[in-house]
Write a protein that binds this ligand. Structure first.
Ligand SMILES: [Zn+2]
Length: 120
């Protein structure tokens, strides 16, 4: 298998995901492997809470941002995992049955962890 080819694809995707993550969050200063959504109204001490409607909007916006971030973070971790597997030389193997993952599946999703049969 041409792992260099998939490595390049995964690295490109990681860059893209990092860029998207930065639009909704930042790296947790206490844990470089964790991302957190920015603009949490509950931790934003400078905020003037006199306008309750504004605050509700902030909450809503933060929840949305957090949902996007959670989704991106899952993909980010999958891609990182796949890159780790390339380094460990066991990339492209289904974690359910241990068979090789189909080429077309890896083409569509280089971070896939299972073959087509064991796709959830
Ligand atoms: Zn399988």
């Amino acid at each position: 298998m041409d792992t260099q080819y998939y490595k390049k694809k995964l690295e490109d995707e990681l860059k893209l995901l990092t860029k998207e993550l930065k639009t909704v969050g930042r790296i947790n200063p206490d844990n470089p492997n964790d991302w957190e959504a920015t603009g949490n109204p509950e931790t934003n001490q400078d905020d003037d809470h006199s306008d309750l409607n504004d605050n509700a909007d902030d909450q809503e916006e933060f929840r949305e941002r957090n949902a996007i971030l959670t989704d991106l973070e899952i993909r980010f971790n999958n891609v990182k995992n796949a890159l780790k597997k390339i380094d460990e030389d066991n990339y492209g193997i289904c974690k359910e049955c241990g068979e090789d993952i189909e080429k077309e599946r890896l083409e569509a999703n280089p971070a896939a962890e299972t073959c087509i049969k064991h796709k959830k």
